[in-house]
Design a protein around this ligand. Structure first.
Ligand code: HEM
Ligand code: HEM
Length: 221
């Protein structure tokens, strides 16, 4: 039976996240610049704007995880230590409709660390020519600590992403394709007794994302 699993917002969010993160990785701590029609575009300014887009994406995904479509809700895939342990002992035994308990944990950790990364970015100072938009609201010790956190915590994010991608390819080799549903939204399930999950139109998620982009850029842009 084919069911609709991921709504348009979750899919759009995921692939936007990948593109924005690649841009942040490339531009973070990069002193280079581009010349465009005689205008100088500093990479750190691009990093700042991409960081704000990332902040809006994560805040919107958190709200969608509370109020959005059923498979996207944290209540559907954030499980306790017992369920995670059970999953780790036999990761291929059960079919899960949304993220499995291990994947769900990694997803939530990624969202939390990305949120902390974006927020700490607002308080950074590279001691050359960039000061984050909220750096003046706290004292210099806090700015130094958050700048150092911002530089170091990214390694944990990379480790989680590596785990995430390796897990997805291991499942692919085991003939469980998670990538298809994250592109088309549709998943084929073997258990035909499952009731298709409740969906909200992804457009609402994009409206919410636009509102979040608006206030974030107005305040911190
Ligand atoms: C920058 C790199 C990446 C990040 C930060 C990332 C992050 C995430 C997050 C946060 C989710 C949860 C989606 C949600 O519930 O809203 C997710 C799910 C997923 N991601 Fe990624 N991802 C990355 C790269 C990739 C790549 C390269 C692939 C494919 C090759 C991929 C395939 C998937 C799939 C298939 C799922 C759904 C897993 C499931 O069905 O449980 N991701 N990813
Ligand atoms: C989730 C969003 C973000 C990610 C993933 C990210 C990632 C990174 C990375 C990988 C670096 C390079 C670290 C190094 O040199 O070892 C960096 C540096 C930096 N980021 Fe971000 N960043 C984000 C958001 C922001 C935001 C919103 C701002 C400011 C408004 C910002 C400001 C900076 C600054 C100033 C540096 C240079 C620090 C220094 O070299 O002293 N970042 N970021």
């Amino acid at each position: 039976m084919v069911i609709k699993l991921w709504d348009g917002f979750v899919r759009g969010f995921h692939w936007l996240l990948v593109v924005v993160l690649a841009g942040l990785w490339y531009t973070g701590g990069n002193l280079d610049y581009l010349e465009f029609n005689g205008n100088i575009i500093e990479f750190i300014d691009v990093h700042h704007k991409l960081g704000l887009i990332m902040l809006a994406l994560i805040i919107t995904r958190i709200l969608w995880g509370i109020f959005g479509s059923s498979p996207a809700r944290f209540s559907q895939f954030l499980r306790g230590p017992k369920a995670v342990w059970g999953y780790l002992k036999s990761p291929f035994s059960k079919e899960h409709l949304t993220h499995n308990p291990g994947g769900g944990l990694i997803v939530v950790l990624m969202l939390v660390l990305l949120l902390a990364q974006a927020i700490s970015g607002l308080f950074t100072d590279d001691a050359i020519f960039f000061r984050g938009p909220l750096a003046n609201t706290v004292n210099n010790d806090v700015v130094r600590a958050l700048t150092s956190y911002h530089k170091q915590a990214f390694d944990f994010i990379l480790i989680l992403i590596a785990l995430h991608i390796v897990a997805i390819f291991v499942y692919l080799v085991m003939r469980k394709n998670f990538i298809g549903p994250m592109i088309t939204g549709k998943k084929t399930i073997t258990n035909s007794n499952i009731t298709p999950p409740k969906q909200l139109h992804g457009g609402y998620g994009f409206i919410l994302l636009s509102l979040n982009l608006f206030w974030i850029f107005w305040w911190l842009g």
